[in-house]
Design a binder for this molecule. Sequence first.
Ligand SMILES: C=CC1=C(C)c2cc3[nH]c(cc4nc(cc5[nH]c(cc1n2)c(C)c5CCC(=O)O)C(CCC(=O)O)=C4C)c(C)c3C=C
Ligand SMILES: [Fe+2]
Ligand SMILES: [Fe+2]
Length: 388
Amino acid sequence: MGRVGVLLLNLGGPDKLEDVGPFLYNLFSDPEIIRLPFRWMQKPLAWFIATRREKTSQENYKQIGGGSPLRSITEEQGEALKTQLDAMGKEANIYVGMRYWHPYTEEAIAQLAQDNIDKLVILPLYPQFSISTSGSSFRLLEKLWQENPKLQPLEYTVIASWYKQPGYLQAMAELIIEQLNQFPNPDQAHIFFSAHGVPKSYVVEAGDPYQQEIEECTQLIMQTLNRPNAHTLAYQSRVGPVEWLQPYTEDALKELGEKGVKDLVVVPISFVSEHIETLQEIDIEYREIAEEAGIENFRRAAAPNTHPVFIQALADLVIESLEKPDLKLSQVTQMKKKVKMYPQERWEWGMTTSAEVWNGRIAMLGFIALIIEIITGRGLLHAIGLLQ
Ligand SMILES: C=CC1=C(C)c2cc3[nH]c(cc4nc(cc5[nH]c(cc1n2)c(C)c5CCC(=O)O)C(CCC(=O)O)=C4C)c(C)c3C=C
Ligand SMILES: [Fe+2]
Ligand SMILES: [Fe+2]
């Protein structure tokens, strides 16, 4: 086999405060993040929500030093992975492709198309698959492949999700043990898994396997940990008016406080890098809620970042994927059988006449409400906290 490339996919984050608005616009423009019945509504709504959310979001980024550390951590992970692969006798070029900010996936693809890579491994830095994360990046890659004839001959394989990888589970267990060992009674501490939430409809209507993968991942980490501690799984970072996966992290923390839990270790399990939702949301916002609820000792397991056991796990994943039959982007999006990804016209429920009529009515009502909200500055979207 000739020259190998590894494309690390991640979400991206604003490097500085001025980037927050455009970053949010990119994020909300993605139909895998906000699922609307009509494509033409996407950009105006993205602009509107991004503009209204920008200030609050900037305040949050200010609290963690004025920007997201996601780019620098992902680049460090890439360098560490390259070193580890070298040590295992596999030379590889590493590329970082972010979905909503620099370095964009498009930039990484343009670079690797020039580098004459013979085989590419596509590795999302999300252990579990969700339509809104890996799914969105795979969809974008499918489009880039279709648009660029230079990419057609490039051999590649996709790693769809990898939450069962033993090295990853081991790294998570070690990061939890580091925190448990800080308590006088390590076995008494409650282990609180906080996964990133997604709207419930992604799972129930669109067939996103995310919830099932998160639940299984939690069980596997607890088995690897092999300790007697009690544990809870809850979902954080809810945005917008609709119902997301439950229980919500804030409610579960309050409940544990009421039950008398005093020692707690929070474990973020949907991310492998520190970013705003660990550094600001968990470390500042959820800590405050927990302490108010009576939890006295609130600790958090670090994200895997460049933990050597984790980097070894990534290297093992790359090598194993090169030995297995290739998995194509189209297979990955179809594999999750009932997953309904965009474009909207592929949705089954949109195919019947009555559904189309109702889609139209709902969209029109939504658009009128949006216009009224823009004019008056009042309305449902910011009343429920999506827009501030
Ligand atoms: C509005 C819907 C959102 C869904 C669904 C969602 C899913 C999702 N996100 C991550 C990981 C990350 N999200 C990040 C930022 C971010 N995400 C949303 C919204 C949704 N995410 C917003 C509005 C933002 C911007 C930050 C903010 O204003 O709160 C990031 C980057 C963070 C950074 O450091 O900049 C990551 C990473 C996962 C894993 C996930 C579903 C599984
Ligand atoms: Fe997010
Ligand atoms: Fe968030």
